[in-house]
Design a protein around this ligand. Structure first.
Ligand code: NAG
Ligand code: NAG
Length: 827
């Protein structure tokens, strides 16, 4: 029970004293002699009844308080003013490609933004429904797509490849007016084989939804062509989205004016608004065109969705020009040659800044490698989305999930196709790279995340905000539970950002630290008090299922390393070394920030000192038997998955169990309390977070183990679980393939390189050993990721430990993009 709950109880008792027994006794005492007995008992009964009612009310209030607590905001000042993303305060970042899940879309950083987006369709197809590209989707099977340059502010350039043609989506913004400036996007398509140019439809839409308030759109038709849409919204004032005529010959134009009930229904509305036509008399295959005006102005649901379609044999170019009426002294329209020259200027500035920030040429990287690194950074930056909505959350006091408060989130995403939303522990890694490129954007992202903290100090780890985001997530993963943590990796970025702020006298830096600190305190406290372990200063992940009958090893989703083997039988007695290290890491940074602000730092430093004390750590987590750092818990290796067998002798009339029953877990030998002897990423944590003393013989053991190809070492990076481990590459249930049980993950390899770099530059007996490992591991990883990028067109979620092949979702330019920092040796 936490402090606040206790407070309310105390208050409850206090009120009872006043309204119930207290005054009653006085009355009673005074009148005792002069009043008959009946009155006394009546009074007593009345008082008892009153107190009971009061108690009942208090009880109900308390229950209500408990159920609401999970979605009560932290009672701390917000890091961000409500207007911080507005056009007035930050006009340059108001518009952006903040719809991460789309191949290309634009919106503002506002909950009430109109949204715009690109769809396209290769014509003359027999497929029904026609394969419309819109949301990034692996099943579209595009050979390649992704931002090649994106600076997070002024412009972005993306290359997309289809089977028979290539595509570019470029956009450029310009300052001016009162409502966050203007922008132009250009979509250019080119056929791969000039002998057989395909015919393609480009569709560009603008949409409002119920959140857009009094905003409205008005189509402008010129000779039956939708030449522009004018609109108005409170934030944007009057604006125009113009579709200039394109030069390509043989083009047709169509449009759709319709009603969109909700943002996740865009595809449905477009497909429903399509009809099949004949392109010309020679061609018989269907040509899909938009059906024109489907909803009249006076309809009860007036049109809020307009799509411009242009179809042509390639090559084809289309511009979309967004202009604000408040822009009165515009020199020239951002279009045609002016668009191109502005784009080129920003692009050159990007190259210059990239070279200064990462210095890759001076590290000997060749042109194709630098191009790869630019694209990888750009995808991280171009993947940054602006989401708005409420998570579904639940505590143990809630029978049903509740909506969290509605809030905005600016965040990068792990994968535009597969995970287009915010993940707490990913974000700490993402911002190592983002802050290197643009610390302002990182500070903004971190502030958004910390403002999602509830009263207890909890931050939901997966942020599924808004209908579009929810549409991408299976039902069972939507609800977030408040016992569950996730590694506090934001401290990785904060350490990097704060390093120079602590010494800087810049008032902006100091203001940021001052706003940051109270939230970090509450956050840290939440970890330190709710994720504690059975022994003093030990820690335990919550959220493991101790009743599982299907999982070989119950997952620890909260740790981020989902199926990495832990104790086979979750109990309250277990302790986790990775969480221990995260808290140690965080407490040290807390002490640093507290000192620089003149706040009380002593407790943080004391906690950091104990946790970093190798004797304390070893006593909790070093397994003498296996000579490695380990989790501790109720464990046996001897579990297996089996299909239920029919009973040996079926009685007459008894039916055998169905053969398709799922396999279940069988315990071959009973578990005992012991160190969990899997070797892999978790065992490395004291090394990964640089806690092992540089002279410790345990460091020697770890470095020796790192290099062993029978354990973690491969030619492509460090695998997640030793080849020798019992659960190496094993399915966790019949349907649950290995995830953190073999594949190579970039975030952990980044930490390993960072640690090797640290030990290689710290005096000690193992300096040279660390240096050697560092050099080899770094070149293995960089070479493999680039090779795979060039072979497949993508960055991947993880890499196969036997072949180096990219695996899992793609493009995955979340933490896999840390390879850019690895190339630049920025740790
Ligand atoms: C934004 O909000 C803050 C706090 O409410 C206020 O001080 C500031 O003037 C506002 N800025 C603008 C440009 O409206
Ligand atoms: C963290 O929790 C432990 C108790 O488990 C406590 O002794 C320590 O002071 C706490 N650290 C901080 C900085 O609050």
């Amino acid at each position: 029970m936490s402090g606040g709950a206790r407070d309310i109880r105390r208050r409850a008792r206090h009120q009872n004293d006043n309204s119930g027994d207290g005054p009653a006794r006085t009355t009673f005492d005074k009148k005792k002699q002069s009043k008959p007995r009946q009155i006394r008992s009546a009074l007593l009964i009345g008082l008892v009844a009153l107190s009971t009612i009061a108690l009942a009310i208090l009880y109900l209030l308390y229950q209500w308080y408990l159920t609401e607590r999970v979605r009560t905001q932290a009672s701390l000042p917000k890091m961000l003013f409500p207007n911080s993303s507005s056009a007035e305060v930050d006009p340059l970042r108001f518009w952006g490609s903040y719809r991460s899940q789309l191949y290309f879309g634009m919106k503002t950083r506002s909950p009430r933004s109109p949204v715009m987006g690109l769809m396209w369709l290769t014509e003359f197809t027999n497929k029904m429904p026609p394969p419309l590209r819109h949301w990034c989707d692996q099943s579209d099977g595009l050979p390649k797509y992704g931002w090649t340059k994106h600076d997070g502010i002024n412009f972005g350039s993306q290359a997309i490849e289809e089977e028979t043609y290539t595509m570019r989506t470029d956009f450029v913004k310009q300052k001016g007016g009162l409502h966050g400036g203007e922008w132009t996007a250009k979509i250019s398509l080119k056929e791969k084989n000039p002998e057989k140019p395909p015919t393609v439809s480009l569709l560009f839409y603008i949409a409002l939804d119920s959140s857009s308030g009094s905003a409205h759109l008005e189509p402008v038709l010129t000779k039956k062509r939708l030449s522009s849409v004018s609109g108005y919204s409170d934030e944007l004032g009057n604006f125009e989205v113009i579709f200039p005529k394109t030069k390509s010959k043989l083009q047709k134009h169509n449009y759709l004016i319709s009603y969109l009930p909700r943002l996740d229904k865009i595809n449905d509305v477009v497909l429903n608004g399509m009809k099949v036509d004949a392109w010309d008399s020679a061609r018989t295959l269907p040509y899909f065109t938009l059906g024109g005006r489907l909803v009249g102005r006076d309809s009860p649901s007036p049109p809020n969705f307009m799509v411009h379609q242009v179809t042509a044999q390639l090559p084809l170019e289309m511009e979309i020009v967004y202009q604000s009426r408040s822009f009165i002294d515009r020199q020239s329209t951002l279009s045609g040659d002016i668009f191109t020259s502005t784009l080129n200027r920003f692009s050159a500035e990007f190259d210059k800044k990239f070279a200064e920030t990462f210095n890759l040429e001076s590290k000997g990287y060749k042109e194709n490698e630098v191009t790869f690194a630019k694209a990888t950074l750009s995808n991280m930056i171009g993947g940054i989305g602006y989401f708005y909505g409420a998570s579904l959350v639940q505590s143990k006091y809630n029978k049903e999930p509740l909506e969290y408060w509605k809030a905005p989130l600016l965040t990068a995403v792990p994968s535009r196709s597969f995970f287009p939303r915010g993940f707490l522990w990913d974000e700490g890694f993402h911002n190592l790279l983002i802050s290197q490129w643009n610390p302002t954007i990182s500070k903004d992202i971190i502030s958004h995340w910390l403002d999602l903290m509830n009263w207890e100090g909890w931050i939901p780890r997966e942020q599924i905000l808004g209908y579009e985001a929810r549409a991408k997530v299976p039902q069972e993963f939507i609800v977030q539970r408040n016992e569950n943590a996730n590694p506090p990796t934001l401290f990785l970025t904060i350490k990097k950002l704060v390093g120079h702020m602590i010494s800087s006298k810049d008032s902006k830096d100091q203001a940021f630290l001052k706003a940051l600190y109270p939230r970090l305190q509450t956050w840290f406290n939440w970890y330190n008090s709710t994720q504690n372990g059975p022994l003093p200063l030990s820690y335990r992940w919550r959220g493991r299922d101790s009743n599982t009958v299907r999982e070989l090893n119950p997952k620890t989703l909260t740790s981020g390393l989902d199926d990495y083997p832990r104790a086979s039988h979750p109990t309250d007695q277990e302790r986790h070394i990775d969480l221990y290290c995260w808290i140690a890491f965080a407490s040290e940074i807390m002490a640093d920030i507290a000192k620089s602000l003149g706040e009380r730092w002593e407790d943080y430093e004391a906690t950091a000192r104990i946790l970093k004390d190798n004797n304390h750590m070893d006593s909790l987590h070093w397994s003498d038997k296996k000579q490695q750092y380990s989790d501790y818990g109720l464990h046996t290796n001897r579990v297996k998955l089996e299909r239920p067998r029919p009973p040996p002798n079926l009685n007459p009339g008894q039916r055998p169990p169905p053969m398709d029953q799922e396999k279940y877990r069988v315990i071959v030998s009973e578990p005992t309390y012991q160190f969990v002897n899997a070797f892999g990423y978790v065992s490395l944590f004291p090394f990964l977070l640089k806690m092992v003393h540089p002279t410790s013989p345990k460091l020697f053991k770890i470095l020796t183990d790192l290099k062993d190809p029978r354990l973690l070492w491969t030619d492509y990076g460090l695998r997640s679980l030793a080849k020798s481990a019992h659960l190496y590459n094993r399915y966790n249930t019949e349907h649950d393939p290995p995830y953190w049980r073999g594949p190579i993950w970039m975030n952990m390899n980044y930490l390993a390189l960072s640690a090797l770099y640290h030990y290689a530059s710290t005096d000690g007996p193992y300096t040279d050993m660390a240096k050697e490992l560092y050099t080899e591991l770094r070149s293995n990883i960089v070479a493999n990721v680039i090779k795979e990028y060039e072979r497949t067109g993508y960055m991947w979620e993880n890499y196969d430990d036997k072949t180096g092949n990219g695996k899992g979702s793609h493009p995955f330019t979340g933490w896999s993009a840390l390879v850019v920092l690895i190339m630049a040796e920025e740790y």
